[in-house]
Write a protein that binds this ligand. Sequence first.
Ligand SMILES: Cc1cc2nc3c(=O)[nH]c(=O)nc-3n(C[C@H](O)[C@H](O)[C@H](O)COP(=O)(O)OP(=O)(O)OC[C@H]3O[C@@H](n4cnc5c(N)ncnc54)[C@H](O)[C@@H]3O)c2cc1C
Ligand code: FES
Length: 271
Amino acid sequence: MQNNVTISKLDIRTTILSNEKVAEDHYLLRCECSEIAQSAQPGQFIHVLIPNGAGLLLRRPFTIYTVDEREITMLYQIIGEGTQRLSEMPKGASLHVLGPLGNTFDIENTPKPAILVGGGAGIASLMLLAVALRTRDIQTIGLVGAQHQGRLLSIDDLTAIGVMVHVATDNGSVGHHGFVTDILTDMLSKNDFHRPTIYACGPHAMLAAIAKITAKFEVPTQIAMENRMGCAMGVCLGCVCPVRIDANRIEYQRVCTEGPVFNAKDIAWEI
Ligand SMILES: Cc1cc2nc3c(=O)[nH]c(=O)nc-3n(C[C@H](O)[C@H](O)[C@H](O)COP(=O)(O)OP(=O)(O)OC[C@H]3O[C@@H](n4cnc5c(N)ncnc54)[C@H](O)[C@@H]3O)c2cc1C
Ligand code: FES
């Protein structure tokens, strides 16, 4: 991953252009934000102040899903009070967003092709990356998992830019009946793609499983962590995750500043 991003963080009052349901419990929010749109890199996120909630003093982090010259989008799942309130915000409402934050996926110094593995709303963190890979004409395979067909995300968006998409659902309603990690294991076992790079985001258990699988096959793997956050500015230490520095030493690093993208092999998953 790339840590040398020197883009300054902006706290901007934006206007919601649309906020629409795209799948069960999932929404796509578009807002006008040319400053962030012009500097955002794959993997980076924004910290969003959701207004009018007594219990919502803390902002909530969301990955930048897509950008164009003047707009950014975020694709989010309703999890609790903050995301519920966000889903109720109408077109024209204003929103404060801080960003772009965090480091970025590294696509320059990695083997090709790329296999992107997204579990649930985790696929949102891989869309800008998919665009960057396809813009460079890099072969890109997308493994997209969801609980069931009604919760599948981003299939059309990925297909439209030339990503070869494979789907897995927990209940078998569409695609492979099981986890995306089954498809990944199968692809790596059959050596379908010579020494690819894996990029993943999703539930912690999925990421831990991917780290184990790709370590076995010795395939470089970058993952975007989605720990709970407080400040997102590197101050509160609320977001730390254990990173193995060497065989005998573990250091707690901040997902908001040293991350969110880490090499899967560096995370001490057992802690
Ligand atoms: C860098 C980053 C990028 C993210 N990008 C996206 C995105 O693009 N789309 C998206 O849908 N979500 C994303 N998330 C997760 C998102 O921030 C949370 O789902 C959101 O903050 C929940 O807020 P809430 O007020 O609705 O829930 P809360 O009321 O804060 O929490 C409800 C319940 O969910 C649990 N919870 C909340 N956040 C998390 C979390 N991050 N991990 C595990 N459990 C949690 C809480 O412990 C609680 O039990 C991202 C998180 C990070 C750190
Ligand atoms: S959220 Fe405060 S240090 Fe990361």
